[in-house]
Design a protein around this ligand. Sequence first.
Ligand code: SF4
Length: 251
Amino acid sequence: MRTAKIPEGFHPYKKGSLPEKERAGKVFTLLRKEHSDAKIALNFNSPFELLVATILSAQCTDARVNIVTPGLFRKFSTPEDFAAASNAELEAAIRSTGFYRQKAKSIIKCCTSLVVNFGGQVPRTMEELLTLDGVGRKTANVLLGNAFGVPGIAVDTHVSRLAQRLRFSKQTDPTKIEFDMAAVFPKKDWTMLCHLLMSHGRKVCAARNPKCDVCVVNTLCPSAFTFGSIRQHNTKESRRRKSKAAGGKSY
Ligand code: SF4
């Protein structure tokens, strides 16, 4: 049900007007043009730094993580340094990112595993990355896509919301959303797709008050001008994510 006022001359997208892969391709092209500067927001100089930064970014803004990591990496620069750190000193260094006790534990365990099982290197496969403490599919896909050039769909809160509003997925579970998106977008575009959706989610399609009137994909979006009838974050899902982050496991 459309609850917002539809501008004169606007033709809402009719479900099934285009094959889904074609609609996905058009959405990607338009977002690519609109957000030509889209890229990962976390600063890093190596796969290892990106791993630590991504763990810190759970329930925290990327901007805050970028403030914390330069000092952190001056103090602890290798997996060995982190593995040898005490909980208290690491907690003090990452405190402002929130959930710092659990994050410190996860980073120390993760780095211990890097040293013991992977020769101090960040592994390059989803399967191996998922063995690390604090690493879930989202973090693994961030690593694969941005550190190793292996396409991955990292489903964060923006990607999840946009996938639902654009109706590329009806799911709320991030893994199911990832697989739904992977079925309609070409693999080569997966990593950039995430940057574009995150950028669009921050600037245009915000959780509250999406700016459908200025959205470049509004004619391809089944949710255009329906704000008010869209279910916002499922509170159960939201609680699950917070609890997972507090438990040190990214989704
Ligand atoms: S801003 Fe509106 S039209 Fe654009 S993706 Fe979000 S819900 Fe759809």
